[in-house]
Design a binder for this molecule. Structure first.
Ligand code: SF4
Ligand code: SF4
Ligand SMILES: [Zn+2]
Length: 258
């Protein structure tokens, strides 16, 4: 937490200046730089508060010493995919298919697909079934980043090797479009339907298949460090737990809805 002062409410946590009575309520002098520096402190307080509130909500039968891992939680609304988003995605697909074909026709130049962060999770741990369990509890919060492109790139199209079989651009675009869900989460990826991603894994971008968020990294660490090999996973939205569960490396043990 660097040089942030936390122990005396009569001085500013950021700069150490003396506070008047009103400023003491927040422990900050009001200077923008002090507010900016205070974000990690506020985050740690929010986390402490959340952990304490989850401990109060867990069933009596669960061990009170199990570590708790906080997961995100997608709570967007399910809505019919707007025509404008459908058209934007369709146009985008035509663009990347054309680019992929141009590269293919230029002596089969191979395009590189970008990799996604895996937040310290090894390739072996990335296959642990509990990671899918956790993503299910979270309901795909990270997928909002897919937007109207779904992270698809010319390299994703080229990886399919369909040009060798004389498949037309329109056929490829229509093939992708056929996987769009009727309803998807508002302002999220066009392919994020009620039960998760509607694109088959091999059609998805590398980024989608590889990405493992920081919270999944926390989960793997908690399971590896805890002697009992289980922990509590809590999916959080708006500072409250929407679902809590005990999990081990293979997935759910018990679920409780607060
Ligand atoms: S990777 Fe993280 S943010 Fe994405 S669905 Fe899984 S738990 Fe949620
Ligand atoms: S294509 Fe699938 S995995 Fe990728 S962002 Fe969209 S919904 Fe998520
Ligand atoms: Zn200050």
């Amino acid at each position: 937490m660097g040089n942030i002062v936390t122990s005396n409410t009569s001085i500013c946590r950021g700069c150490g200046c003396k506070l008047d009575v009103l400023q003491r309520v927040r422990g900050l002098c009001g200077n923008l730089e002090c507010d900016r520096k205070d974000v990690p402190y506020q985050e740690s307080k929010r986390r402490e508060w959340l952990l304490a509130s989850i401990r109060q909500q867990i069933p009596d039968t669960w061990s009170s010493t199990l570590p708790i891992v906080l997961l995100p939680r997608n709570e967007r609304l399910l809505v019919p995919l707007p025509d404008t988003r459908y058209e934007t995605h369709r146009g985008y697909l035509f663009k990347i298919v054309k680019e992929a074909r141009t590269c293919y026709e230029n002596d089969g130049e191979l395009l590189a697909e970008s990799n996604a962060p895996v937040n310290g999770i090894s390739s072996i741990d990335a296959t642990l079934p509990v990671l899918s369990t956790a993503c299910g509890l979270c309901r795909g919060e990270c997928c909002y980043t897919g937007g109207n492109s779904a992270w698809l790139r010319p390299a994703t199209i080229q990886r399919q090797h369909w040009f060798r079989f004389g498949v037309s651009d329109k056929r490829i675009v229509d093939f992708y479009l056929s996987y769009l869900p009727v309803t998807s989460f508002e302002d999220s990826c066009v392919y994020q339907g009620e039960y998760g991603c509607t694109l088959p894994r091999n059609l998805r971008a590398n980024k989608c298949n590889q990405f493992l968020c920081k919270e999944l990294g926390d989960l793997v660490s908690a399971l590896a460090e805890n002697e009992g090999s289980s922990c509590i996973a809590a999916a959080i939205n708006n500072n409250s737990a929407e679902c809590i569960a005990t999990v081990d490396a293979l997935g759910f043990l018990e679920i409780a809805i607060p």
